[in-house]
Design a binder for this molecule. Structure first.
Ligand code: FES
Length: 67
């Protein structure tokens, strides 16, 4: 899905950039130009940052003690 129409940048590229270390809208803008045009994509950029930077919920397994 195209997120930044001004720069033609899709969500997969933005997620990849976040996984490579971009941790803010300004850092994403510096790395790929997303969000530096009209600004209409900034809410989606914020959402992607939130999703990619969110701490994973720890999976808790309760194993029954073997007799
Ligand atoms: S759509 Fe991203 S800056 Fe315009």
């Amino acid at each position: 899905m195209i997120v930044c129409h001004c720069q033609g940048i899709n969500d997969r590229e933005l997620r990849r950039r976040v996984r490579e270390g971009a941790d803010s809208p300004s850092e994403l803008a510096r790395r790929c130009g997303a969000g530096v045009g009209c600004g209409g994509c900034r809410p989606l950029i914020d959402q992607i940052l939130d999703e990619e930077c969110r701490e994973p919920i720890p999976l808790r397994l309760e194993l029954a003690a073997a007799p």
